[in-house]
Design a protein around this ligand. Structure first.
Ligand code: AKB
Length: 316
C-alpha cells in the first residue's frame, strides 16, 4: 500500500485531493500537511495531519521518515497574482519548497508529483492550441518558478532516476475550497456572486480566453498520472491538459441559462489582466491523451450545472 504525503493540503486542490486519496488508499496512508497550525475540518480530522512549512527541509524529512512516505504530492505554492505582489516570497516558497521536496524525495526514494501551470507559458508562446513542446518565456515570477520547476523535476529524474511527474494545470473551478491569489480565480468568484447577488464585476476583461478545468477532472489527472505506466511517459513533468477554454462572456452566458437575471459587469484589474494577457488561450493536450489516457469529463455546460447545484446547496 502506498504511503502518501500531500503538502499544501488545505488549499483548493489539496483539500479535495486528500479526501480522494484517502478513499482509494485508506485514511491512515495519506498524510495531509499544511502550514496552518489552527486548521479544523475533514482533511485534518479524517486522517493524519502534520504542520509543515515547505521551506524547512528538516521538518519535511522528519515527516517523510516518521510515516515511511513513498509518494509526495507537492501542492504548496504561491499563485500568480499573489506572486507578483511579493516576488521574493514566491521564489522562496515555490522554488525553495520544491527543491526541499526533491532533496527529501531523493534521500528517501519517494515519487514526486508537482503541478505546473499554463503560467509556464508567456507572450511569445503560440496562443491557440498551444503545443506541448514550444517556446516558454513567462513574464510573471509565478510562471518563472513553474517553468524552472518543470526543468528541476526533469533534472532529478535524469540525474537521480527519481520518479517525478506532473501536469500543467489551467484555472481550476471548484465549490469546496476557494482558490487564493490566482489570475483565473474570477471563474470561481462569479459562481458565488451569481447565486448570492445575481451579478458579478469581473476583474478579467471580456474577450480574455483562458483554459479552465473542473476540480473532479483535475483530481483524476493527479491520481491517473501517478498510476500511469512509467515506460509510456515521455513528457514526465509537464503535460498540457485541457478541458474547456472560455472568456467571461461565455461563462456568464452559461450561468444565465440557469439564472436568467444574472448580470455580468467589468471592473478590470490592470495588473491581473496583464498576467492573463500573457497566457495562452487554449492548450493542445494530445500528448497527455496518448501517453496516459487523459480524458476529461466536464465541459463548460456540465461544469456550470454541477457548480451551481453544489454551491446553491452550500450557500443555502
Ligand atoms: C493562477 O491563476 O495563478 C492559477 C494557475 C493558472 O496556475 N490558477
Amino acid at each position: 500500500m502506498k504511503k502518501i504525503l500531500v503538502t499544501g493540503a488545505l488549499g483548493q486542490i489539496g483539500s479535495e485531493l486528500v479526501m480522494k486519496l484517502r478513499e482509494s488508499y485508506g485514511n491512515d496512508n495519506v498524510v495531509a500537511s499544511d502550514i496552518n497550525d489552527k486548521a479544523t475540518g475533514e482533511v485534518v480530522e479524517s486522517g493524519p495531519y502534520e504542520i509543515i512549512d515547505v521551506t524547512d527541509e528538516s521538518r519535511l524529512a522528519e515527516v517523510v521518515e516518521k510515516y515511511n512516505i513513498d509518494t509526495i504530492y507537492h501542492l504548496a505554492a504561491l499563485l500568480s497574482a499573489t506572486g507578483e505582489k511579493n516576488p521574493a516570497l514566491a521564489w522562496n516558497i515555490n522554488m525553495g519548497g520544491l527543491f526541499n521536496v526533491l532533496e527529501v524525495a531523493r534521500k528517501n526514494n519517494c515519487a514526486v508529483c508537482t503541478p505546473s501551470s499554463i503560467a509556464a507559458f508567456g507572450p511569445s508562446t503560440p496562443k491557440d492550441n498551444t503545443p506541448q513542446d514550444t517556446l516558454m518565456r513567462p513574464t510573471t515570477i509565478y510562471g518563472v518558478t513553474k517553468v524552472a520547476g518543470e526543468l528541476l523535476c526533469d533534472y532529478y529524474h535524469e540525474k537521480y532516476n527519481l520518479d517525478t511527474r506532473g501536469v500543467r494545470f489551467p484555472g481550476l473551478i471548484s465549490h469546496k475550497s476557494l482558490p487564493g491569489g490566482g489570475t483565473t480565480d474570477y471563474a470561481v468568484h462569479i459562481f458565488y456572486e451569481a447565486i448570492k447577488n445575481k451579478k458579478y464585476a469581473s476583474f478579467i476583461d471580456k474577450g480574455t480566453y483562458m483554459d479552465m478545468m473542473y476540480m473532479p477532472d483535475a483530481i483524476t489527472a493527479l491520481v491517473k498520472i501517478m498510476e500511469a505506466d512509467p515506460s509510456k511517459l515521455v513528457h514526465r513533468n509537464a503535460f498540457n491538459i485541457a478541458s474547456m477554454s472560455f472568456d467571461p462572456e461565455m461563462l456568464a452566458a452559461e450561468i444565465k441559462k440557469h439564472i436568467p437575471e444574472f448580470e455580468l459587469e467589468y471592473d478590470v484589474d490592470a495588473d491581473i489582466q496583464k498576467i492573463a494577457d500573457s497566457w495562452p488561450n487554449s492548450l493542445d493536450d494530445k500528448e497527455a491523451r496518448e501517453e496516459w489516457g487523459w480524458d476529461p469529463q466536464y465541459d463548460l455546460a456540465a461544469m456550470t450545472k454541477d457548480m451551481l447545484e453544489n454551491l446553491s446547496k452550500k450557500l443555502k
